[in-house]
Design a protein around this ligand. Sequence first.
Ligand code: NI
Length: 173
Amino acid sequence: MQYPIGKFQLPTLEVAAANRLGYVRQIGDLPQQFAEAARNLKARKLLDTTYRPGGWTARQVIHHVCDSHVNAYVRHKRILTEDHPTLTGYDEKRWAELADVTAVPIEVSLRALEALHLRWSVLLATCSPAQWDRTAFHGGAGVDYRLDQLAAQYAWHGRHHLGHLGVVGSLGS
Ligand code: NI
C-alpha cells in the first residue's frame, strides 16, 4: 500500500535521455488525473481516509503533492539557471501540519497543481538537449542528478501519490 507503483529507481543517463518526452507527458497529465481521483473520493466522502494505517489521509496526500511539486519546480528552475546547484530538501511532515494544508480546501491545491504543472511541463517541453544535460547535486540522495533524472523522479512521485488515492478509493468500495 505504501508503494502502489513500486519504489523509485533512479534511471541511468541513457534511459532518462530516452524517456524525456514521457516525463513531460506524465507531469503534464497529472493534474487532471489527480483532480478526477479527488472528485471521486470527495463524492464518496473518503477524503479523510488514510491509504494505510498511520499514513496520510487522501486530503493530506493532495496537499502534500502541491507542497512537493512547488519545491520540484524550484529545483528544476535552479538547475536551468545555476551552475551545478545543491538541491536541498524540506521537512515534508511539518509542511503538512501548517495551516495552509489543514485549513484550505483540496480544490485550492488542485488548482495550484493545474497551474504549476502547466508551467512545469511547458518548461521541460521546450528544453534544449543541452538544458536537459544540466546537473545538480541532490543533497537528499547524496548523488548528482541530471535534469531528466530529476524529471523522472517527479513523474514517478506524482503517479506514486495518484496510486495512494486509488488505494483509498478501493478501500471504500
Ligand atoms: Ni511524496
